[in-house]
Design a protein around this ligand. Structure first.
Ligand code: OX2
Length: 830
């Protein structure tokens, strides 16, 4: 106990120095102790991987200490907490990020070198935690870092998939998926909390019972699975605060299918028990389509139920009256995936706590906020009613009840406009009757957020127009951001040092707005020189990686032009490849004497295609086929190279982004909700070639249209262009498509359907109509690159303008405007 005298307790917190010391000798001793007793190798004989494991465990000790202190402090202060519910997190590696945020990177590097190891070499031993697909999942990871750094009393909740996102292997230019069994060699960062477990129920029936003269619903489940907590510490930078990402794993429950044991089929019963573990076994690798699969729905409820039980347990430790719940709890829904939480909270408050429907609903409406990442209606999640009814019968009743009351209320507001009523209903009638999860989330949440200005406007004008007209105050914008700790400090140490040197402070790492201070020196030849050197070093690293991966040697004098992100038709990697073919064709047809004027390029493409997404897989194959041709053409040499980087993930991104000169964010306008890759490139002084879509529009506001290369149709022009169709196909585009169709790159038949998407009469993503302006933007980039000083100035201005795109800004905005929470900082200096 900390005693009742709060001043005394405060003093105790200050005095309570960590047990673990961070001087070089202590660190060495800790590492060796973990070699001997945790990894169980002789401290006189261990390899790099074992050294990494021991190192990770010694860092983990420090994280645990801080996370205990933080939780104890939160408990004592009892602030309002935010619970961030996300189905996906792309954390990547933890080692470098942790020691940097703990402020002991140099001490560790020193300790290791005394032991004969190099920090960077050991850091390379770590695999990625890839519990997510793409932008949405990495955003969650960046936001956790910001919540910790800004001292917010926050928890992250998610699922501990045993198989993260598949590993992409390229064979003969085709993508193959291999399982990512990332836990094979253990995960030193997590702590299994064997005592933090909750039963999660499925199936069964609902019966009405009489409780003290009141009717109440009792759900009698048919299956019970146990959820076990695995805690992952998230250290803040420049603070002692270390928050927790709690991930749930499925374990068989003692209550699981007792019937089977009673019938004497022991072996079968044991085998069935193992099914429980399947719930959290695999991440669905599709980032934008829903399939209405039972396992997926089970995952969603499993995650939601365990999290809500945990949140309520914590609330109850300090409070007995649910009236206080909204003062202490904010629940953030990261997209619709966790929105069953609404029905679950209602079930608990109504069926278990017996609060009565109206009171329960009032509470639910105060605690939930919702962020949507989708742009088009087809991308929204719908759960078949039959499926939900069989898996979660009580929740289906509750959702019906929510909908009934909502529609009744709506009728009073808008009258009997049946079209509108049916559009807004949570239940979709139709061939497959289903639940519109987004509608459920909007109806209950007090705040509905888009992820960029344009996206938020699109939500109001199109996707959720009806809801916007009903509740304009709910609709808000929280433009995404990324963390400069991961994307500059960890991944680009030389740039980090350079920025600190010129700004005369490291304060920008916590206070990112200070980056604008670089603007004053953008034209300074000394800074420009140093800036170029940093870029060169990063390009060298990347070039070595490319050679090791693909055998292709690339020239450091060439412009490194990168497009790395999930493969999607709307992201238009195909436009990029067609542009490359055009460039190749031009070089081939040029007089030899003219070739010296060509600005050399290394085109780099990387990203995964969802396993069932045929067209995306063809784009990957086309990239390889074109690369094969170009890279082996001696006419072209260093003027043009094309490489595909396989298995793009967070750690590969950390290598690629700092080494890029130019990066492409070329989605068809109106299709990218935000885009966050662009922000990482921007921070690293990479120039953007982009369409006016998603957050690019705000990037332009910040750095000016003349500091990047914009092209293409604008959002409002897209519908008209689509109507006009392919007559707009320019000759140059038709020519490169013809080359592909004619088998210039082989695989003629295989590429046919891919070519059809462009010149087959529809060209839905407008590659044809944007082609000319794309080439113009590319030409402008070439021209700028030919003037290194100008280019470098633009590069400095890009970094200088990137502060607005820090997740620190996003999170502060959420905390102040949506969650109503305040920092709760452990009283120490970091
Ligand atoms: C992605 C969006 O496509 C991307 O534009 C955005 O930057 C990111 O989320 C983070 O907000 N699943 N992933 C996304 O949307 C959905 C749906």
């Amino acid at each position: 106990s900390l005693g009742s005298d709060s001043a005394k307790a405060e003093r105790m917190f200050r005095l309570m120095d960590g047990f673990l010391k961070n001087d070089s000798i202590s660190l060495q001793q800790d590492i060796l102790r973990h070699v001997e007793y945790t990894v169980a190798r002789s401290r006189f004989n261990f390899d790099d991987f074992e050294a990494y494991q021991a190192l990770a465990h010694s860092v983990r000790d420090r994280l645990i200490e801080r996370s205990h202190d933080t939780q104890l402090y939160f408990k004592r202060k009892d602030p309002k907490r935010v619970y961030f519910l996300s189905f996906e997190y792309l954390m990547g590696r933890s080692l470098s990020n942790s020691v940097i945020n703990l402020g002991i990177r140099d001490q560790y590097a020193d300790a290791l070198s005394q032991l004969g190891f190099e920090f960077e070499v050991l850091a390379e031993q770590e695999g990625d935690a890839a519990l997510g697909n793409g932008g949405l999942a990495r955003l969650s990871a960046c936001q956790m870092d910001s919540m910790a750094t800004l001292d917010y009393p926050a928890w992250g909740y998610g699922l501990r998939y045993e198989y993260g996102l598949f590993r992409q292997v390229i064979l003969d230019g085709f993508q193959h998926e291999q399982p990512d069994f990332w836990l094979n060699f253990g995960n030193p960062w997590e702590t299994e909390r064997v005592h933090v477990t909750y039963p999660v129920k499925f199936y069964g029936v609902v019966e009405e019972e009489n409780l003290n003269g009141e009717k109440c619903n009792v759900w009698i489940p048919g299956e019970v699975v146990e959820a076990v907590a695995y805690d992952n510490p998230i250290p803040g930078y420049g603070t002692r605060n270390t928050i927790t990402l709690r991930l749930w794993a499925g374990k068989p429950s003692d209550q699981h299918d007792m019937e089977a044991y009673n019938t004497g089929d022991y072996i079968n019963a044991v085998v069935c028990r193992q099914k429980a573990e399947n719930i959290s076994s695999v991440l669905y690798p599709d980032d934008r389509s829903f399939q209405g699969k039972e396992l997926r729905l089970k995952q969603q409820y499993f995650f939601v139920s365990a999290s809500i039980q945990d949140i309520i347990r914590r609330f109850r430790e300090a409070h007995s009256n649910f009236d206080e719940f909204p003062e202490k709890v904010a629940l953030q829904l990261n997209d619709t995936h966790p929105s069953l939480a609404i029905a679950e909270v209602m079930r608990v408050l109504v069926d278990k706590e017996h609060l009565g429907w109206n009171k329960a609903w009032d509470i639910a409406c105060k605690i939930f906020s919702f962020t949507i990442h989708a742009v088009i209606a087809e991308g929204l999640e719908k759960i078949p009613v039959d499926l939900l009814g069989s898996l979660l019968p009580r929740h289906l009743q509750i959702i019906y009840e929510i909908n009934f009351k909502f529609v009744e209320e709506l009728k009073k507001r808008i009258g009997l406009d049946y079209n509108r009523l049916s559009r807004m209903s949570i239940i979709e009638e139709g061939a497959v009757k289903s639940i519109r999860m987004a509608n459920l989330a909007i109806v209950c949440s007090h705040s509905v957020n888009g992820v960029s200005k344009v996206h938020s406007e699109l939500l109001k004008a199109k996707l959720f127009k009806d809801f916007y007209e009903l509740w304009p105050e709910k609709f808000q914008c929280k433009t995404n951001g990324v963390t400069q700790r991961r994307w500059i400090v960890v991944s680009n140490p030389s740039l980090c040092a350079l920025i600190s040197k010129w700004l005369g402070t490291e304060a920008w790492i916590r206070d990112v707005d200070l980056l604008t201070g670089l603007r004053a020196y953008a034209a300074d030849p000394d800074l420009q020189q140093e800036w170029m050197m940093v870029k060169k070093v990063n390009k060298m690293r990347l070039a070595e990686y490319i050679e090791a991966m693909s055998g292709v040697k690339v020239s450091l004098d060439a412009m490194f032009d990168v497009q790395t992100k999930r493969i999607h038709e709307y992201k238009r990697q195909l436009l990029n490849i067609l542009g490359i073919i055009h460039r190749y064709d031009c070089i081939k047809n040029m007089e030899k004497s003219q070739r010296s004027k060509v600005v050399p390029r290394v085109c780099i493409i990387g990203g995964k295609a969802a396993p069932g997404y045929e067209i995306a897989k063809k784009i990957i194959k086309l990239c390889h086929a074109v690369a094969e041709k170009i890279n082996n053409d001696t006419d072209v040499g260093d003027l043009l190279k094309l490489v595909f980087i396989p298995d793009y993930n967070v750690s590969v991104a950390e290598l690629v982004i700092p080494g890029a000169d130019l990066s492409q964010h070329i989605s068809t306008a109106g299709h990218e909700a935000s885009g966050t890759g662009s922000m990482k490139f921007l921070m690293n002084g990479c120039l953007l070639l982009a369409t006016e879509d998603g957050s690019t529009v705000e990037i332009v506001e910040e750095i000016g249209a003349d500091n990047l290369f914009l092209f293409g149709a604008k959002i409002h022009e897209v519908p008209k262009l689509r109507e006009e169709g392919s007559p707009k196909m320019p000759l140059q585009c038709a020519r490169v498509i013809r080359m592909v169709r004619d088998g210039y790159f082989g695989f003629k038949d295989y590429f046919e359907s891919l070519c059809d998407t462009v010149d087959g009469g529809k060209d839905f993503y407008l590659l044809g109509s944007d082609f000319e302006s794309y080439l113009e933007a590319q030409a402008a980039a070439d021209k700028a690159f030919a003037d290194p000083n100008k280019w470098t100035q633009m590069s400095i201005l890009s970094t200088a303008g990137s502060g607005r795109f820090s997740s620190d800004r996003t999170i502060r905005d959420y905390a102040e405007k949506t969650w109503g929470i305040e920092p709760c900082r452990f009283p120490s200096d970091g």
